[in-house]
Design a binder for this molecule. Structure first.
Ligand SMILES: Nc1ncnc2c1ncn2[C@@H]1O[C@H](COP(=O)(O)OP(=O)(O)OP(=O)(O)O)[C@@H](O)[C@H]1O
Length: 326
């Protein structure tokens, strides 16, 4: 089990981790999500004693990392896959780690096989691809067969087969009762891997719940409607103060139960050739939650159609939505 209690990390004026408390239980995969710079890596580094907390505690099975009698059997971490001697072979790197921790050489061969590196492990580390480096980092984290596994963006650089392999590995480890904490920016992948989620933004906890409770925060009350009479149907919706927004050339995203929308279509004599309830994804809920927590805001791409001039020429029925929002 991993625990952080009132954990704070400051770098000068910058508060990277701002008083966070959570527990990562055994036997489950916990996804650790948050925008760039949210404080995920800093928190993980404090758990394995690579950073000293400014305040609060980070515990592995109830103990600070430096108090652990046998750290590699308590916690394994992939934090920086590039942290290997470039002139050594992968196998030699793992062997040296094993030797310094009293781990038998046969375990080196086991983790090499487990991570699919049997051929690559003979190569010098400097010749490794990004994906091979990630696999080697994961192999190192598993060397001591630890109870707790911390993986910071483990699927970074992995091909689709590698991504599925990490998912299956995480699920397998949790099924053996291990505590697995994984950070990732790949929401679709995380939705298939994690049982629980911890979301942080600007160093603070935004959510800490099971995946199903997190997804229950979704707004599933909208339906996509497609019709050749979009303007007529938009006027019908506006007359009933139903919120909507245009999609593509013939679609409307309508904020109403699909049964009510179908009924409105019949009453208005409008043929709806598509009516699809929108089920929000993990990415939708996450994006909504972290919208105001992004430290590094991306620019937006504009096309001529997105420009103000195009908006001025937009058909009037969309006023229904704007009027409702104001
Ligand atoms: N050694 C350091 N010195 C100064 N600031 C740091 C240091 N390490 C991290 N930070 C800052 O702390 C904040 C949290 O960084 P951290 O790497 O923990 O975020 P993250 O959530 O892991 O981000 P990413 O998803 O981009 O990896 C950032 O603003 C970062 O610039």
């Amino acid at each position: 089990m991993l625990e952080v209690r009132n954990l704070i990390k400051k770098y000068g004026d910058k508060t990277a981790v701002n008083d966070i408390t959570f527990t990562v239980p055994d036997g489950r995969v916990t996804g650790f999500l948050g925008p760039n710079g949210a404080g995920k890596s800093t928190t993980m580094r404090m758990l394995v004693g690579l950073e000293k907390p400014t305040n609060g505690t980070a515990l592995v099975d109830g103990q600070k990392y430096r108090s652990l009698v046998s750290p590699l059997t308590s916690v394994g971490a992939l934090l920086d896959a590039k942290a290997m001697h470039p002139g050594r072979s992968g196998r030699a790197h793992l062997r040296s780690l094993a030797l310094t921790h009293g781990i038998p050489t046969r375990r080196v061969d086991e983790v090499i096989e487990l991570t699919g590196l049997t051929t690559a492990a003979r190569k010098k580390v400097r010749g490794f691809s990004l994906g091979m480096g990630q696999r080697m980092g994961i192999a190192a984290s598993l060397l001591g067969d630890p109870q707790n596994i911390i993986l910071d963006e483990p699927v970074n650089g992995l091909d689709p087969e590698g991504v599925i392999w990490v998912r299956n590995l995480a699920r397998h480890l949790a099924s053996k009762g291990k505590c697995v904490l994984i950070s990732s920016h790949l929401m679709s992948e995380m939705s298939q891997t994690a049982d629980d989620l911890i979301v942080i933004g600007r160093g603070r906890i935004l959510a800490n719940s099971s995946m199903s409770d997190f997804l229950a925060l979704a707004d599933n009350s909208r339906s996509l409607v497609r019709t050749d009479q979009r303007e007529v149907f938009a006027e019908t919706l506006t007359a009933r103060s139903i919120t909507f927004e245009p999609v593509d050339t013939d679609g409307l995203l309508v904020q109403a139960p699909s049964r009510d929308i179908a009924r409105l279509g019949v009453d208005a004599g409008v043929l709806l050739h598509e009516l699809t309830p929108q089920i929000a994804t993990l990415e939708d809920v996450y994006m909504n939650m972290t919208r105001n927590e992004v430290e590094y805001q991306s620019g937006t791409f504009t096309t001529p159609a997105d420009s103000g001039a195009a908006e001025a020429d937009a058909p009037s029925p969309w006023a229904g939505k704007e009027a409702k929002e104001q």
